[in-house]
Design a protein. Structure first.
Length: 240
């Protein structure tokens, strides 16, 4: 999918105030924005259908904008290797282990939403997940042929063989989970909302919000109204 130069997917920077590595691979890095005195870290996990050609750079403007709102932000990168899906989750967990001394809120966009939900089940210091337009039902997404076969390329096989990577089939994290979707999203509504529908009766900590007059990128573009919506969602997690 091609986007004009001004689109958020083609933006980058500023770089973080601090950059650390959590492994030896080039993509095993974290950029930090804002004050370390904040007791909670807002962790950003980018999307891009797990493709190696799409990295964290398009979330740098959002990371900077959120830090200007007073949040301490960690923008993580992870390896995206077709046919090696567990590597992406392992990298996210390794990055989170580097900031295990603080509470974290995980914000995941699109494919990053899937990773955020999965990671939150594995750690003890997560107080909330905000999954924006998440690929939270891999089998439903596979049926929709999301990203021209992106799910099969990521997994290296059929989604039915990877139940442990499919959020909708797993128990929810113990922390609050906010599923956010948009009215004009190219991710079909059921791919995100199925997760909420499956778990809403088993946990009072799962919410779903559908944003009107918004598209797939609204919540990650700090130049528009999405920033206000995202800040509101983060503050709701902090207050609850």
């Amino acid at each position: 999918m091609d986007y004009p130069p001004e689109h958020i997917v083609n933006q980058s920077g500023p770089v973080g105030d601090l950059k650390i590595t959590y492994g030896g691979a080039p993509d095993q890095v974290i950029e930090f924005y804002g004050s370390t005195s904040n007791p909670t870290v807002l962790v950003l996990i980018h999307g891009g259908f797990w493709r190696p050609t799409i990295d964290r750079s398009h979330l740098q403007p959002l990371a900077f904008a959120l830090s200007a709102q007073g949040f301490y932000v960690a923008l993580i990168e992870y390896q995206r290797l077709p046919g090696r899906p567990y590597q992406s989750l392992d990298d996210v967990l390794a990055a989170l282990s580097a900031i295990a001394d603080k509470n974290v809120i995980l914000f995941g966009h699109s494919a990053g939403g899937q990773l955020a939900i999965l990671a939150a089940r594995k750690i003890t210091n997560c107080i909330g997940v905000i999954a924006a337009s998440p690929v939270a039902d891999l089998q439903a997404g596979e049926k929709e042929n999301l990203g021209d076969g992106a799910i099969n390329l990521y997994l290296g096989g059929s989604a039915q063989n990877f139940h442990d990577l499919d959020p909708v089939l797993l128990s929810p994290p113990s922390c609050r989970v906010e599923i956010m979707h948009t009215q004009k999203d190219f991710i079909p509504l059921n791919v995100a909302k199925n997760y909420y529908e499956r778990h809403k009766n088993n946990s009072a900590k799962i919410d779903f919000t559908l944003l009107a007059d918004a598209d797939h990128y609204t919540l990650i573009d700090p130049r528009g109204a999405g920033l206000v919506q995202l800040v509101k969602a983060v503050n709701n997690v902090l207050m609850n």
